[in-house]
Design a protein around this ligand. Structure first.
Ligand code: ATP
Ligand code: MG
Length: 174
């Protein structure tokens, strides 16, 4: 799967709508401290269905919504749209939106879907919020320090079999 476009609005420090093109190959994000590099990577994880507030470096899920500054009022919602092409060349547009007091809503190619459907879509394409293709700050040190079971989970993500575990848990009713 190739992510080629990302649109953010009201997500963390990206208060004004921003659109980024992502070229094929390795992409690095550089810039001064606090400019939003980590926020950008978190936006990709978030739209892929990340449910852990901790990995978003926030207390609660609504904390991803622009909180306002001394000169700007806070926003009521955050939205991230990810455009990707799957390995078969099919276009995939995934939207996640969170509104204060209303939780998250997801859309895939314009259709309302459940968080689980989004997770499966990415897991089947051997990617997702925990994909080793997304290398964030401190990740290398984390791989080195990981316990064997944690390292196994990383390898499973990389091998593209994580989706099978989601389906098994689903089938077992967990
Ligand atoms: P570093 O080089 O230090 O790792 P960075 O480029 O990764 O910096 P980020 O951590 O992505 O920077 O961005 C931090 C900025 O995002 C801070 O200024 C912080 O106030 C802002 N920020 C985070 N969440 C929100 C939010 N909900 N509303 C407004 N601003 C936010
Ligand atoms: Mg950072």
């Amino acid at each position: 799967m190739q992510i080629h476009r990302l649109k953010l609005s009201g997500f963390k420090s990206f208060v004004e709508p921003a659109e980024l093109r992502i070229e094929p190959g390795l992409t690095g994000v550089v810039g001064p401290n606090g400019c939003g590099k980590s926020n950008l990577l978190e936006a990709i994880r978030w739209v892929m269905g990340e449910t852990s507030a901790k990995s978003m470096r926030s207390g609660g899920m609504e904390d991803v919504i622009f909180a306002g500054t001394s000169t700007r009022p806070p926003r009521d919602f955050a939205e991230v749209v990810l455009h990707a092409q799957d390995d078969g060349g099919e276009e995939l547009v995934v939207t996640r939106r969170i509104e204060r007091g209303a939780g998250s809503a997801y859309r895939v190619n314009g259709r309302d879907v459940r968080a689980k459907d989004v997770a499966l879509t990415f897991a089947d394409a051997a990617t997702g919020a925990h994909s080793p293709a997304l290398v964030s700050q401190g990740k290398i040190a984390q791989v080195i320090a990981a316990k064997p079971t944690e390292r196994r989970a990383m390898l499973e993500e990389a091998a593209g079999i994580a989706g099978l575990h989601v389906r098994r848990k689903d089938a077992e009713g967990k």
